[in-house]
Design a protein around this ligand. Sequence first.
Ligand code: HEC
Length: 167
Amino acid sequence: MRLGPILAAATLATLVAACGKPQEDPAGTSADTAAAAPEAPKLSDAEKQAILASYPAPYNTADLANGKSRFALCQSCHTIAPGGANMTGPNLHGVFGKKSASNPDFKYSDALKNAGWVWDANHLDQWLAKPQTYLPGTKMSFAGLKDAKDRTDLIAFLMVETGHKAQ
Ligand code: HEC
């Protein structure tokens, strides 16, 4: 059990070192990534899995492919790539560890401006279950994602894609 995080960190270190070398993608996996999210940082699937493994449970064993499919529910309103546009909802890059309503270019509801929490997996889990109940007065019109496993997978996908590093 205790070897898990150490191995994950070692794999991550190797991968991070490999990142310095350009043109490491002969199989063209980045084209696959690009089709789904045009401006996403170019991480290989193996790099994403290594980042995932560094997160605390249950996120370390989440299903990223399912998380990506669930993100279809968000994508009409949110971008996740660095510097992505604000649409109906704010760009979500770097959202983990940030205070709620802190994107300076987005007009938030008073409810979210006054919420004053820092986004982490727990807050996001409750938020995504039913935003209007968790924060009455929010202008995020999203009915909610009922299935807890779907939320875990989606949150893990978001952590990887929005650049969240486990500390
Ligand atoms: C119909 C559009 C819409 C959909 C769909 C939607 N959102 Fe939102 N989202 C918003 C809006 C609008 C806000 C700002 C809410 C406010 O100010 O009260 C927001 C805010 C957020 C925030 C807070 C950001 C911050 O800077 O504090 C997060 C996190 C978030 N959404 C995640 C998601 C995820 C994940 C999904 C998909 C499951 C999703 N949203 C689906 C419109 C949407």
